[in-house]
Design a protein around this ligand. Structure first.
Ligand code: XIL
Length: 328
């Protein structure tokens, strides 16, 4: 895929199983030229305890990506869901501490990988799950208010002025209220000189997410002039309510018709991206894992589904060829 695409093609991988799996590595090297860490670069792994930075896995990932000529993408700096318990406890006891912690965390982490990590999801999922408004169930919002979002961008930019800095979120391709709130926030950032350089659409979509809606939100996002990253693509047949364990099983097996329809959907997604996002704003398409054996969808939502382009036996599905043709 990397050879037919005009922009980087990425996959998110959890490094520890991945680095022990030669077949997965072979496929990853063959098809992808951008690497996102599945969980390894999240705060609870980088700073599991107060005062302890653990960069060992990220260093190993960087070595791997450099050996294989791949772009390393940083996921993520500030996210309510990957904030370790010790940070939440300490922030509640001593609210003044959180802002200085955020600054030192970002400066140390981004600074260490300055010019090696190409871009970062600086803030992930800072908005409410549905509709408009900031996410209130976040220690960052609770203690610092909405200003933590722009502060995180300033700190990241200071630590690496070349890094491409993203605001990343889910459902913004289909929840128009959420999308509008996000765009207003981003446009306000641009106007006030907050150093944001891109919008990440996670793009955990469903077979029934309308193509027309995806095209129009991507087009409006691209009108900001920022980089546009499809940062966590997968396509499910079933449903969930966006919470852990909240799956709704509708289809219990994968039929050839479903596989064909999914291939078309992957094709459509690539074509929409290519046609509505100007080429100099195409930061790339990243898949959140690329096989149905390891997909996060099954354990996280507690459903059986087939969201990716490779099956459980690491064989390419029709979806693989759909995506490939869409990129071509
Ligand atoms: C997911 C991982 O894939 C899971 O292993 C983990 O249990 C939860 O997080 N949006 C994101 C990603 O930004 O970081 C999430 O990754 C998937 C949803």
């Amino acid at each position: 895929m990397r050879t037919v695409s005009n922009f980087p093609i990425g996959a998110a991988m959890r490094f520890l199983p991945f680095s022990d799996d030669p077949e997965l590595q072979r496929l990853q090297k063959h098809h992808f030229d951008s690497y996102t860490a599945g969980n390894d670069m999240k705060m609870y792994n980088i700073m599991p305890k107060e005062g302890v930075f653990d960069f060992s896995v990220t260093d190993a990932i960087l070595e791997y990506t450099q050996e294989n000529d791949q772009r390393l993408f940083g996921h993520n700096l500030i996210w309510h869901s990957s904030t370790p318990p010790w940070v939440k406890e300490k922030a509640r006891e001593n609210p003044d501490w959180l802002s200085s912690f955020m600054k030192s965390y970002i400066s140390t982490y981004v600074g260490r990988y300055r010019s090696f990590v190409h871009g970062w999801d600086v803030v992930n999922e800072g908005l409410r799950t549905k509709g408009s408004g900031y996410r209130e169930d976040s220690i960052w919002y609770e203690v610092l208010g909405s200003r933590y979002i722009e502060q995180a961008f300033f700190y990241a930019h200071e630590a690496d002025p070349q890094a491409v800095l993203f605001y990343n979120d889910f459902n913004i391709e289909r929840d128009l209220e959420k999308f509008n709130f996000m765009i207003d926030m981003v446009e306000d950032f641009i106007e006030r000189g907050v150093p944001i350089s891109g919008i990440g659409f996670q793009m955990h979509i469903r077979m029934d997410t309308p193509n027309g809606v995806i095209a129009s939100t991507l087009q409006r996002a691209a009108a900001t002039g920022l980089q546009i990253h499809l940062s966590e693509v997968d396509i499910i047949f079933n449903r969930h309510d966006d919470t852990r364990g909240g799956g709704l099983q509708i289809r219990t097996s994968l039929t050839p018709e479903m596989e064909k329809a999914q291939a078309q959907k992957y094709y459509d997604l690539a074509m929409i991206y290519r046609s509505v996002v100007p080429s100099d704003q195409q930061y790339g398409i990243t898949l959140w894992g690329f096989n149905d054996r390891d997909t996060w969808i099954r354990p996280f939502f507690g459903i059986q589904d087939w969201p990716t382009i490779y099956d459980e036996r690491l064989q390419p599905k029709p979806a693989f060829f759909g995506l490939l043709n869409g990129l071509r």
